[in-house]
Structure formats: C-alpha cells, structure tokens
Design a binder for this molecule. Structure first.
Ligand code: GLP
Length: 220
C-alpha cells in the first residue's frame, strides 16, 4: 500500500503531477490542502505547471488558534508563501476551518482530492490520537509531542499555540481521493504501523486504510 520513492524530490514531483492532473481534468476541483515541511516540495513543483486555478477551491486542513493570521508561522501565511501568492486562485475560493466548514463541504458531497501529511504520533491534520472517526471540524488541544515537534518553527516552545482548529476525521474520509505523503526515516515506523498494522483510533492515519481511493507515498 505504501509507495516508496528514491528521494523527497521525486515524491514531490510525482505528487504535484497528480494534483495537476486533478485540476486539469476538473478545473473546478475542490482540494483539501496540508501544511508542514513535507508538502513544500509538492507546492514548489505544482506552481511550475502554470495551471489555471481560477475555478479551483481550496480547503485547508487546519490552523492554529490564538495567533493572528498574519503571524509568520500561521497556516494562512504558510499557504500564501508556498502557494496562494503564486497562482491565480480567487480569494473567495480559499477556505480555512470555520463554523460552516462541514456544512459547506458535505453540501457539495465531499472534497475531490485531499493531500495529507502525517505527524510522528500518526495524527492527520490536527486530529490527534484518540480522535473519533466520526469527528467533524472543531477546536482541539495539541499533544505535548505535537507542540514539541512544531516548536522548531517558533523562537521558543512557549510561543507554540496549544490549540488549533482542524478538519475532522469524517470530513477527511469523505474526500473522494486522498494522497498522504511522508518524508524522512523518522516517519517510517509510524507510517508502517498506520498502513501495515491494525486500525486504531490511537493512530488516526490508520483509519484511512479503509478509504476506497488513497495513495500513500514515502521518501526516506
Ligand atoms: C502539523 C500539521 C499536519 C502535518 C504535520 C507533519 O502538525 N498540522 O497537518 O501533517 O505537522 O508535519 P511535517 O511535514 O512538518 O512533519
């Protein structure tokens, strides 16, 4: 189930080509988009395609609570820097988790394609271990492990937000297609447990094993 790439660049290029194909086939694609260090190469490659994004809609997976959208480490800023400022997406077609998220997304029958990263504890978006498989968009408390992992982006650990808004497990699972990408040897064990092990709420990504159209990519 896990496709292993020779290196990060090849995984990023291939993932970008699949997203580009999705947009080319359906110019009105509704995409679920991740942040983190892993998707940066994918975004870089995707921009190079020079696609028409004017009818594409984007739905980010998560955002921190308690920092402004203009904070350099907010996911709003991350997305501006890595994608939004480089393509002709319309402002009104860009979405982040809010009270209407599930109503909107379920209203059109789920996202067309969602790209995911994975945390060291198996979290997807900010659905930490223990998240219900039927969970929807909500505010969550981040685990100690996630706060530590994300502290590398902040000046000190005290500045790392302790809460976040995340798309729920159910909303993610309703995406018609999913691509999960993981980079680095430190991600192998959790990836292997999630996709070659048993399904468990304690490893949120493992729940995706039963998704009818998921691809899992790894670069070591
Ligand atoms: C954060 C994000 C996740 C992301 C994870 C892994 O916790 N909320 O969506 O998958 O980090 O990030 P990285 O790719 O930097 O390891």
């Amino acid at each position: 189930m896990i496709t292993i790439f020779e290196n990060y660049e090849q995984m990023s290029e291939y993932t970008a080509s699949l997203v580009a194909e999705e947009i080319t086939n359906n110019p009105k694609s509704r995409l679920g988009l991740p942040t983190g260090s892993t998707p940066i190469g994918m975004y870089k490659n995707l921009i190079q395609f020079g696609l028409d994004w004017s009818n594409v809609e984007t739905y980010n997976l998560d955002e921190y609570e308690g920092i402004s959208h203009s904070h350099p480490e907010s996911y709003h800023m991350y997305m501006n820097k890595n994608l939004f400022l480089h393509v002709n997406l319309k402002k009104e077609n860009i979405h982040f988790p809010d009270d209407q998220y599930d109503k909107t997304i379920s209203g059109f029958g789920g996202l067309d394609l969602t790209i995911l990263g994975i945390g060291h504890n198996g979290h997807i978006a900010f659905n930490e271990p223990g998240s219900s498989v039927t969970s929807r968009t909500r505010k969550v408390k981040l685990t100690e492990e996630t706060i530590n992992a994300n502290s590398r982006f902040f000046d000190s650990i005290n500045e790392v937000p302790k809460k976040a808004f995340t798309m729920g497990m159910k909303t993610i699972r309703e995406s018609k297609k999913i691509i999960l990408i993981a980079n680095g040897q430190d991600k192998w064990d959790i990836l292997n447990e999630c996709f070659n092990g048993e399904l468990s709420k304690d490893r949120p990504a493992s729940i995706l094993q039963t998704h009818p159209n998921i691809q899992v990519f790894y670069a070591g």
